[in-house]
Design a protein around this ligand. Structure first.
Ligand SMILES: C[S@@+](CC[C@H](N)C(=O)[O-])C[C@H]1O[C@@H](n2cnc3c(N)ncnc32)[C@H](O)[C@@H]1O
Length: 268
């Protein structure tokens, strides 16, 4: 078997971080990623809109945590490549002392992220896997920046759908909940086939056939990830509707977004 370094960017096979970058119109992807994303676009031509709406949701949700919930420290799991409105920019605009740990399992995120995101002592980018939450929580840079005795904002935005059922996503959420103190908030989003089943399942097949594991889940399964948390109003919504700032007639059809999002607060 070929011996590859864990930091090998694997330019020979597509990766979800770089496909997402392609969909968002970024420049940090390879030919394989663009080709793979184009295959998914054949099934779901509005996938770019969906990715953009997911990213806008992330921005509104982080703003909520900063301005309304008073959160000043964040762990962004499956953070992706740097793009517009990264978490530390939103958080540190409100409070320059806000702390952010970005976590991703794609080595290229570490390379680009370290250059573009972690420019100050309050922001770190670490290579980690959401499927090993304990390792992420115990990482020295996480421990250095995050005080688990105070509320933390934990993001798993557009990443749990890359965790298969056999990898126990509910168990991952439990570990994260148990590490967090009361008042912590969880921002989650997830792609679904509830709204446009045929097109969305086409995307799942396109991703899987190119070696990118994708597991779409329905509203009920997604809502289960918030177990033990109080839902922040308006609860689970299609991401484009969650505390939307645009009037309804300017928002895309739910079928063109097909992505749920929400925030849960750890009570106590
Ligand atoms: C669709 S992007 C989402 C990026 C960002 N969270 C957002 O919503 O804008 C999914 C990200 O999750 C990362 N990812 C996929 N599986 C992961 C895993 N097991 N552990 C950590 N990150 C993972 C990918 O590398 C990619 O950067």
């Amino acid at each position: 078997m070929e011996d590859r370094s864990p930091l090998d960017p694997r330019t020979d096979q597509p990766h979800s971080a770089r496909m997402y970058d392609y969909l968002l119109g970024g420049k940090d992807h390879y030919t394989v990623d663009g080709e793979a994303a184009e295959k998914a676009l054949t099934s779901f031509p509005m996938l770019r809109t969906a990715a953009r709406e997911n990213r806008k949701f992330l921005g509104r949700a982080v703003r909520y945590l900063v301005h309304e919930a008073g959160i000043r420290q964040f762990i962004d799991l499956g953070s992706g490549l740097p793009t517009a409105e990264n978490v530390h920019q939103v958080a540190q605009a409100a409070d320059p002392d806000a702390r952010v740990v970005y976590v991703d399992n794609d080595p290229i995120v570490l390379v680009y992220g370290s250059a573009l995101l972690a420019k100050d002592a309050r922001t770190a980018v670490i290579r980690g896997d959401i499927r090993e939450p304990r390792t992420v929580l115990d990482h020295p840079q996480t421990r250095a920046l995050i005080d688990f005795d105070r509320p933390v904002g934990i993001l798993a935005v557009a990443v749990l759908h890359f965790v298969g059922d056999e990898e126990d996503p509910a168990g991952i959420m439990r570990t994260l909940r148990e590490a967090a103190s009361a008042g912590s908030h969880f921002i989650l989003s997830h792609a679904t086939a509830d709204i446009a089943p045929e097109a969305a399942m086409g995307v799942q097949s396109a991703y899987r056939s190119q070696g990118v594991p994708l597991t779409l889940r329905g509203r009920e399964r997604f809502t289960e990830f918030f177990e033990g948390l109080e839902m922040v109003e308006p609860g689970v919504q299609v991401v484009s509707d969650w505390r939307a700032t645009e009037p309804e007639e300017q928002r895309p059809d739910h079928a063109d977004v097909s992505w749920y999002g929400g925030i849960g607060r750890l009570p106590g």
